[in-house]
Write a protein of this length. Structure first.
Length: 423
């Protein structure tokens, strides 16, 4: 969050399973990839991305390996009971202090074990401030009432959340996704960085609280669970700051950005002829997002194989520009574009996707920018990531010139063969 010097233009606080990630209808993650390129293109540089998930940190990391999720600025895990910041996930210890109030994990364990209706979820989901069970929907009301009374009698102040038609979480009263968001907003405000707009996105019971925080827009994706829709019908249907989207998952988030008019909502992935399309953009990060999208389509054989494209790309490279391949080999940028010509359509039918993450541009000198990003490439189940640095120059608003591109394999990428990595 330190990278922002002024209030973020937009803060998106989104659930992951069945909100960002569509587990049922989108095996190629197309909506998520649409959201990703919109975010990197138009928001990354001046906005905040927050994921708020029911998953424990280890299960969140697992999901990141399976799906093309962007790196969030803030990650809230375990149903709002753990907050961490940045790439390296630095834990918020102050939040833990707050959760410790009137909480005793041992007592919750003891009392919940007396209910045969509750079956413990896997060990990986049990956290210091979250005990999670499975329950039959018909038993929820009675168990909630009885358990709350017993825990109150033992001096605790707890919260019970029913989600996804069968999950039953017991948390400290001060925890939960809503309280975690309120805490984050308070913290940002104290730093003079209260977001201009905040949009909360969710699909199930544990997301309900997100929609109760003042001055926060909300979107329930089209595929929202019954328990969330019931809560909405009973409590919030006149609240025009909350919508039930007509699109599923990440598609619903993009829809809400448009509905509430909180910023651009045209994903570069929705533009077919983007080399021609002059988007109103003065950020060189846009050039990179656009290029790698072109690169994906080129190798998938989805754009026309015509000279005009490669010629226009070559024209935007400095004649003496150099590309440093992650293997260390160096080649001229213009030769690299020529090389690309040979790979047209080589990934046709191969589940090939390319996406960019953490695209950040800094202007080092007037007319010169350094853009840093993670470039991901996936074929089938195998994926690789390169930290990429691009130097651009621009004279008198005449468009950006690629001066230098350097790539290094990111730590998590295991390289067996890098001969097929072009740029
Ligand atoms: C996630 C968690 C699970 C929790 C559920 C509902 O699926 O993994 O432990 O019960 O969210 O909050
Ligand atoms: Mg969900």
């Amino acid at each position: 969050m330190e990278r922002l010097t002024s209030p973020p233009r937009l803060m998106i606080v989104s659930d992951l399973d069945e909100t960002m990630v569509d587990h049922h209808n989108d095996p190629e993650n197309l909506s998520l990839l649409r959201f990703n390129s919109l975010w990197e293109d138009a928001y990354r540089h001046d906005s905040l991305l927050v994921f708020s998930t029911g998953r424990a940190p280890t299960m969140y990391k697992k999901l990141r390996k399976q799906r093309p999720l962007l790196t969030p600025d803030v990650i809230i895990t375990s149903v709002g009971t753990e907050i961490a910041y940045g790439n390296s996930m630095v834990r918020d210890d102050e939040w833990i202090e707050i959760l410790n109030k009137k909480w005793d994990r041992g007592i919750v364990q003891e009392e919940t074990s007396k209910f045969p209706e509750l079956t413990l979820q896997s060990e990986t989901e049990q956290r210091p401030h979250k005990l999670s069970f499975h329950i039959d929907k018909s038993k929820v009301q009675a168990v909630t009432k009885e358990l709350s009374q017993r825990l109150e009698k033992r001096g605790l102040d707890i919260k019970i959340i029913f989600s996804g038609g069968n999950a039953f979480d017991v948390l400290p009263q001060g925890g939960g996704k809503g309280q975690a968001l309120a805490y984050l907003l308070k913290k940002l405000k104290a730093e003079g960085k209260l977001p201009i707009n905040t949009l909360a996105c969710g699909d199930s019971g544990n997301d309900t609280e997100l929609f109760t925080i003042p001055n926060v827009y909300g979107v329930m994706v089209s595929n929202a669970q019954e328990e969330l829709l019931e809560w909405y019908a009973e409590n919030a249907k006149d609240n025009t700051n909350i919508i039930h989207a007509s699109e599923r998952c990440a598609g619903g988030i993009i829809e809400a950005i448009g509905h509430f008019k909180v910023g651009p909502n045209l994903s570069p992935r929705d533009v077919s002829d983007f080399l021609e399309c002059k988007m109103d953009n003065v950020n060189p990060g846009h050039e990179v997002v656009k290029f790698f999208l072109f690169y994906e389509r080129w190798r998938r054989g989805e754009v026309e194989n015509c000279e005009t494209y490669t010629a226009s790309l070559k024209a935007s490279c400095h004649p003496a520009g150099v590309f440093v391949h992650p293997s260390g080999a160096e080649r001229s940028l213009r030769d690299t574009i020529d090389e690309l010509g040979k790979y047209y359509g080589d990934k046709k039918g191969k589940k090939f996707r390319v996406w960019t993450d953490q695209v950040l541009a800094t202007d080092t000198m007037p007319g010169t920018w350094i853009v840093k990003l993670d470039k991901w490439e996936q074929t089938g189940d195998e994926r690789k990531c390169c930290t990429t640095t691009v130097k651009f120059t621009s004279k008198d608003g005449e468009g950006f010139v690629w001066e230098h591109v350097q790539q290094i394999w990111s730590e998590e990428t295991e390289i067996k063969d890098d001969s097929n990595w072009i740029i």
